[in-house]
Design a binder for this molecule. Structure first.
Ligand SMILES: [Zn+2]
Length: 405
């Protein structure tokens, strides 16, 4: 029939492959397209690449293809096994419509990849009528292939953070190329070893550990050690948000201790933790009505506001002088949580002040993190950390998947 030529064209078939017949079953809602190669065709050996190998025998296989309207479409072909005088009998793997070992056509896989970048895998699986483990296999293939090709030779500034993998028990660590705003590495755990794994992976992608000059992390001892061990040239900047949080948490501890004897502090937790600007008019009025002069919490709060102002300083020198004054104030405050926070800040002062030169923060990685957590929530979790990590690359890896359009 004439339409078979048209179908062959639509499938992008190249000689010696043609459509031999197409059967449309309205009752079963199926379109079955049968492909075949011209009699007497010879092919290149998949093992040694030598051309002109004759067909030994064939094996019939089927591939799921893009739906034809509401009908499932399937391709069928006898796949030749070739007789190679060097390698013996080998199955032909270079088929124009599908990659090796896949039960889907390339176009179907391209659809899958487009769907899963826009919706949970489970939902995509339901939409195309396949089990999600088959879709995950496709995702892993394209992610691994694109990751293998990825060029990390230009990575010099890196943000590192961990995020919860499953039920908050397991963690994965993210390594973000700050300049390209992409996740270049994801690995299980949140220890120093994750940084070593990143350095190794960087070398496998055309980069080197020594070229990383700036790193932004929180004050986790594991990341500090990991960077010192594995990224020898990196200057450490402690993330602003995490640093301010240390002071903020100390304010909260002061309030909790004081609240036991001060009923007026009941229900004021968020008044002290938020910035004035993000309080409602009523909350602001309540805060202003508290006896600010006598409350320890109010003193701690003033210290927190002053600490935040550190980041408004113009030069590293001015910032260092400002921080020194602040540390003195907090150390003399006689508020144990503030004294303790000041000790932590003092111990990490170099990395905190590094910000005035590097100007890097983990805002980008926090943004990526919330995308990941949103995807996780929509998917109601992932069956394995491996699936989650593939999804991270899919969402934030800026990978080039080289799929047929
Ligand atoms: Zn061969």
């Amino acid at each position: 029939m004439q339409d078979t030529n048209l179908l062959g064209l639509a499938l992008g078939l190249t000689p010696p492959w043609t459509v031999s017949r197409a059967a449309f079953d309205a009752g079963a809602r199926r379109l079955d397209i049968h492909l075949d190669f011209a009699a007497g065709s010879r092919f290149a050996c998949p093992e040694c690449g030598g051309g002109g190998r004759p067909v030994h025998d064939t094996e019939t296989k089927a591939w799921r293809h893009l739906n034809f309207f509401q009908h499932q479409a399937w391709l069928h072909a006898r796949v030749p096994r070739l007789r190679c005088d060097k390698c013996g009998v080998r199955t032909l793997t270079a088929l124009p419509w599908a990659r090796k070992d896949s039960g889907f056509t390339l176009l179907f896989e391209a659809l899958v990849m487009a769907l899963v970048s826009a919706m949970p895998v489970r939902a995509a699986a339901k939409l195309v009528g396949e089990h999600d483990t088959r879709l995950w296999r496709v995702i892993h293939h394209y992610v691994n292939e694109a990751r293998a090709r990825a060029d990390h030779s230009g990575v010099t500034r890196v943000a590192i953070d961990e995020t919860a993998a499953r039920r908050g028990h397991d963690y994965i660590s993210l390594f973000v190329d700050i300049d390209e705003a992409r996740v270049v590495h994801v690995t299980e755990g949140k220890g120093a070893a994750t940084v070593a794994a990143f350095a190794e992976d960087l070398a496998a992608h055309g980069g080197e550990a020594e070229q990383v000059g700036e790193v932004c992390i929180d004050m986790s001892p594991a990341f500090i050690k990991g960077v010192a061990d594995s990224l020898p040239a990196a200057e450490v900047t402690f993330d602003k948000f995490h640093t301010v949080k240390i002071v903020n948490d100390a304010v909260d501890q002061v309030r909790r201790a004081e609240q036991k004897g001060q009923a007026v502090l009941k229900g004021t937790r968020y008044l002290w933790l938020r910035n004035r600007a993000s309080l409602s008019d009523r909350q602001r009025a309540r805060l202003d009505a508290l006896p600010g002069r006598t409350l320890k919490t109010a003193r701690a709060y003033q210290m927190r506001l002053a600490f935040q102002d550190l980041y408004a300083e113009d030069t590293p020198e001015a910032a260092a002088a400002y921080l020194k004054r602040w540390l003195g104030w907090a150390a003399r405050s006689r508020l144990p949580p503030m004294v303790e926070a000041a000790r932590t800040i003092r111990r990490h002062a170099d990395g905190i002040l590094r910000w005035f030169d590097s100007r890097i923060a983990n805002g980008l990685i926090e943004g990526i993190n919330s995308l990941i957590q949103a995807a996780k929530a929509k998917a109601r979790g992932y069956r394995s950390a491996r699936n989650l990590m593939a999804m991270v690359y899919l969402i934030a890896g800026k990978l080039d998947f080289r799929l047929p359009a």
